[in-house]
Write a protein that binds this ligand. Structure first.
Ligand SMILES: Cc1ncc(COP(=O)(O)O)c(C=O)c1O
Length: 447
């Protein structure tokens, strides 16, 4: 089947000036635009008619591949039936159905869902639930939030406050008061070229004890971590680390939030990484894969008794003063339901689990390519660190992004000088080979 789109189907715009692009080197982009016009399954199509293999699932979202008819058709049907329903004081059936379906996939005990529209909103929602939960229980002194160095939790003020990436924080004022950070779990000397969870690093969870020692447990509301820190370059949780964090949180009555915006919906071979690690957090944030990236949606899974704490007082009063105009948007719910059907029918989470050893072996073949200083893999994800070029962090990464797109018909993600690979879970073994071969050629091209 020829899946190439006609060159004339989408033309490149002449004027790129007005759009201020997010997290983009705008001037460099506008000088040599990487313009996408279409997508199907494992590929993107460019406005100049090239077919690009997607090594990034868009941006960690399109786990079932692109433009899957079941999802597109569900969205179109929903748009023609109920385009919008106010989520405050009104509902629509798909919202309730989707919440139940997500709960069905979640670890037992997480049995309520609060919907929003992005990972950033999910994180801010979870942090607010944590604060309000303690306050509602009469524990109003528990206001301190703990994140982690090199953590990424989106771009809301809550998310950048608990996040640990300096560029996302340093220009934005005082952020939230009362935030501390655990140390990063990454140490190249101890962990380089590990497949899956590193042996070294569980003890870093004990730093939470130190923070408790400084502030007192009675001031700490919640800890938020990514089970696998994706945006900072694929940092995999060391063996036993998350369990240890859970134990310390339990000891001191601190809520544990897993930010699963990337790891949710199959990326690590399970519906949620919590299942992979056998650790039950009090809340899970999700986004991206819930709709296969086709419509913006995010949400928070919440432990039953936390939810129930709010369900008190006069019944005509709103229980939680939070929400978004587009919470549980009908199009997002339709996309979510169709996406979950597809994940189930095609057993994509199991598929990812089965593919992981082959994937990890294939990625590790890159270790002898020039300037490769570390490779990490987990699930269908890999981070490949390249040595910094000319004392200019991020330069080699940007060159790799351009070389991949223009010269090797490959989409990958970069974080500084780290290449992140995270293809759709429908990727075949032959396509894994193709992606790795292209990455090798990209790495040589930017040597
Ligand atoms: C762990 C994590 N949390 C939150 C976010 C923010 O999601 P969004 O860009 O949808 O706001 C991301 C985005 O990559 C993420 O990786």
């Amino acid at each position: 089947m020829n899946i190439q789109q006609p060159r004339s189907s989408v033309t490149a715009p002449n004027d790129l000036g007005a759009y201020w692009m997010p997290f983009t080197a705008n001037r460099a982009f506008k000088a040599t635009p990487r313009m996408l016009a279409g997508a199907k399954d494992m590929h993107y199509f460019t406005t100049d008619g090239r077919q690009i293999i997607d090594g990034a699932a868009g941006m960690w979202c399109s786990n079932a591949g692109h433009c899957r008819p079941a999802i597109s058709e569900a969205i179109a049907k929903q748009a023609a039936t109920l385009d919008f329903a106010p989520p405050f004081q009104f509902g629509h059936p798909q919202a309730f159905e989707l919440a139940s379906r997500i709960v069905g996939l979640a670890p037992k005990g997480l049995d309520h869902v609060f919907f929003c529209n992005s990972g950033s909103e999910a994180v801010d929602t979870a942090l607010k639930i944590a604060l309000a939960y303690h306050a509602t229980k009469g524990d109003a002194a528990r206001t301190r939030l703990i994140g982690r160095e090199r953590g990424y939790h989106g771009v809301g003020f809550g998310g950048i406050s608990v996040g640990g990436l300096v560029n996302n924080r340093k220009l934005f004022g005082s952020l939230l008061a009362g935030v501390d950070h655990l140390p990063t779990t990454y140490d190249r000397e101890k962990q380089a070229f590990t497949k899956g969870e590193p042996e070294w690093g569980a003890h870093l969870a004990d730093e939470l004890e130190r923070i408790v020692g400084i502030h007192g447990a009675s001031t700490i509301a919640a800890v938020i971590v990514e089970p696998m820190a994706g945006s900072t370059g694929v940092l995999v949780a060391p063996k036993g680390y998350l369990k240890r964090l859970r134990e310390i949180c339990d000891k001191y009555g601190i809520l544990l939030i897993f930010d699963e915006v990337i790891t949710g919906f199959g990326r690590l071979g399970y519906a949620f990484a919590a299942e992979r690690y056998g650790v039950l957090p009090d809340m899970i944030t999700f986004a991206k894969g819930i709709t296969n990236g086709a419509v913006p949606m995010g949400g928070v899974l919440i432990r039953g008794d936390i939810h129930d704490t709010f369900m008190k007082g006069p019944e005509h009063i709103v229980e939680f003063f939070h929400g978004y105009t587009y919470s549980a948007h009908p199009l997002a719910c339709a996309a979510g339901l169709a996406t979950l059907d597809l994940y189930r029918e095609e057993k994509l989470f199991e598929r990812a689990r089965g593919l992981e050893p082959m994937w990890a072996d294939a990625v590790m073949t890159l270790r002898n390519e020039p300037n490769v200083v570390d490779i990490r893999t987990v699930g269908i994800t890999a981070g490949i660190d390249l040595a910094t070029k000319n004392n200019a962090p991020g330069l080699r990464g940007m060159e790799a992004l351009g070389s991949a797109f223009f010269d090797h018909d490959l989409m990958l993600r970069v974080a500084g000088d780290t290449l992140a690979l995270t293809p759709p879970l429908i990727v075949t073994e032959a396509q894994v080979g193709e992606i790795i071969d292209k990455v090798a050629r990209v790495i040589r091209a930017v040597a």
